[in-house]
Design a protein around this ligand. Structure first.
Ligand code: PEP
Ligand code: MG
Length: 538
């Protein structure tokens, strides 16, 4: 099998390698007695046994795990949860059917809730549903997971997590899931690397899998060099992580006294739950496309407004850079992006799509204008190639601003800046009327080196260290210094301690990284000293 790379959302940092154990949801069968009284009795017994098995787990659990199991016990003890199921049994349904339907309806309510907290709790309800069903079926059919295994599943119940021995390592790869689910909290607390939202995980039972939880990266059947490189990073990481965690909320200052802004990249409001705003100088990138992939259809103005407002309120006086939709390329959105492009990365993506779908774009613009009074909003436009694209976006913002204001809606005009991720934009940076620039190193590298960011076979070519990429970054930072315009970097390189020295030397004084990488980025900064020629910057 050729080397394959998958990208998901980081839920818990750390490295793991090994084969995968795939957990498939099992559907067991049970023959109904046909007698409502016996069916009700069977369900009562199954609930009582489920309470006993969860209590047994809770007795051995501590801290967060004990709290989660306590929540499950309280839910299961509450008659309101089982009431619908017993009513359904009374009207002739089998115990398992009645229980499954009642719980599925409840789970759906939680899943579709406005609040990420409730959405994340749906996994606990699934857990409760399945534990009771297991007892009804008399089956504990789940595959046993050997210690140290990498689990691949659609989602994972907290009790399933707690039944695994993680003391010898392992990791969790979920095709769905959420970084704020209980199981994600448990994984972080136990330092089990976890990645969610991976989509389809290929069936590669015998292949070696490498997991980098902090980057949200999975490599299946790695080449020897990839593996050697991974092992090197893993051992260096263990040492580094220890020192980094002590620096998370400190200011990032280089050895020669230059203060560097460290911002965070997020993909949704849920990434901010449990996060201390003091770890960062603001939000450097909100990838709004994930908001568009969540529910059925596209998110309406109010849904977007609420999400943007929550982010601004979380950050307080710190700046929050929200990016307009960057759909297309590796981020297709059903019903919005163009199907069947021969090369989606060079097609209708980012601002190109927004300017073609003004119906969708105007909704996002209005949501941003309404959210702006609630904090320090900066709007960033992806994939800008020519100045007229940015001018068009600015004109649309002004149009919507005037029309909302005329209707008496409270709005504010944010600063509007652009991503520099197309080499043509970097080379011609002085031609753009932008309020700020943010370098998207992921795309800038792939477009400069003609090496696809999702193609493992050319991964070694897609290297930020290429002198051409560094030269482009220097062009942008030099323009920023000359014109007084802010320049930051929000690609993955901003959280990579090996690349940070090069970025600082290339003139960057502001970097944005995944929240779980902030400590590491700050450690790399505090250990850095400018070479003489670059010391004049900042
Ligand atoms: C980038 O290209 O570096 C970037 C930050 O944007 P994305 O990874 O979302 O394309
Ligand atoms: Mg990009």
């Amino acid at each position: 099998m050729a080397e394959l790379r998958l990208a998901g959302r980081p839920a818990s940092p750390g490295f793991a390698s090994g084969p995968v154990v795939r957990l498939v949801e099992q559907k067991a069968h049970r023959v109904s007695s046909g007698d409502p009284a016996r069916e009700a009795d069977d369900l009562k017994k199954a609930i009582a046994n489920a309470l006993l098995s969860i209590s047994a787990l809770a007795d051995r659990a501590e801290g967060e795990a004990a709290e989660i199991l306590g929540f499950q016990l309280a839910m299961l003890e509450d008659d309101a949860l089982s009431e619908t199921a017993f009513q359904s049994i009374a009207s002739g349904n089998a115990a398992d059917q009645a229980w499954r339907h009642a719980l599925d309806a409840e789970i759906e309510l939680y899943r579709n809730g406005d609040d990420e907290y409730f959405r994340a709790r749906s996994a606990d309800l699934e857990d409760i549903r399945d534990t009771v069903l297991d007892h009804l079926y008399g089956s504990h059919s789940q595959i046993s997971v050997p210690p140290g295994a990498i689990i691949a599943a659609r989602d994972l119940a907290p009790s399933r997590f707690l039944s695994v021995d993680w003391s010898r390592g392992g990791a969790i790869l979920l095709s769905e899931g959420s970084p704020t689910s209980h199981v994600a909290m448990l994984a972080r607390a136990r330092r089990v690397p976890m990645i969610v939202g991976l989509g389809e995980i290929p069936d590669s039972a015998s292949s070696l899998i490498l997991v980098d939880g902090a980057l949200g990266q999975v490599i299946v059947s790695p080449h020897d060099e990839t593996r050697a490189e991974f092992l090197k990073r893993q051992s260096a990481d263990e040492e580094f992580a220890l020192k980094a965690s002590a620096l998370e909320t400190a200011a990032a200052i280089t050895k020669d006294g230059t203060r560097i802004s460290v911002l965070i990249n997020i993909a949704g409001v849920e990434d901010l739950a449990h996060l201390d705003p003091n770890i960062c100088d603001g939000i450097g990138l909100v990838r709004t496309e994930f908001l568009f992939g969540e529910g059925p259809g596209l998110p309406d103005e109010d849904t977007q407004y609420k999400a943007y407002r929550q982010m601004l309120e979380w950050a307080g006086a710190r700046p929050v850079t929200i990016r307009t939709l960057d759909a297309g390329g590796d981020k297709p959105i059903k019903g919005l992006t163009v199907d069947g492009e021969s090369n989606p990365f060079l097609g209708i993506r980012g601002v190109r799509l927004s300017l073609q779908r003004l119906d969708v774009f105007r909704v996002q613009i209005r949501a941003m204008l309404r959210a702006a009074p609630h904090g320090q909003l900066k709007v960033m436009v992806p994939m800008i190639t020519v100045p007229s694209e940015l001018d068009e976006v600015r004109a649309l913002f002004h149009e919507e601003y005037e029309s909302l204001k005329a209707r008496g809606v409270k709005v504010m005009m944010p600063r509007i800046g652009m991503m520099v991720e197309v080499p043509a934009a970097a080379l011609a940076v002085s031609h753009f009327k932008s309020d700020f620039f943010s370098i998207g190193s992921n795309d800038l590298v792939q477009y400069t080196t003609a090496a696809g960011r999702d193609i493992g076979a050319v991964a070694s070519l897609a290297d930020l260290r290429h002198p051409a990429v560094l030269k482009l970054i220097e062009l942008v930072t030099a323009h920023g210094e000359k014109s007084g315009c802010d320049v930051s970097l929000c690609g993955d390189a901003g959280g990579d301690p090996e690349l940070i020295p090069l970025l600082l030397q290339a003139g960057l004084r502001s970097l944005s990284a995944a929240p779980s990488l902030v400590g590491r980025a700050k450690l790399a900064i505090t250990e850095f000293r400018f070479e003489k020629a670059g010391a004049g910057h900042g």
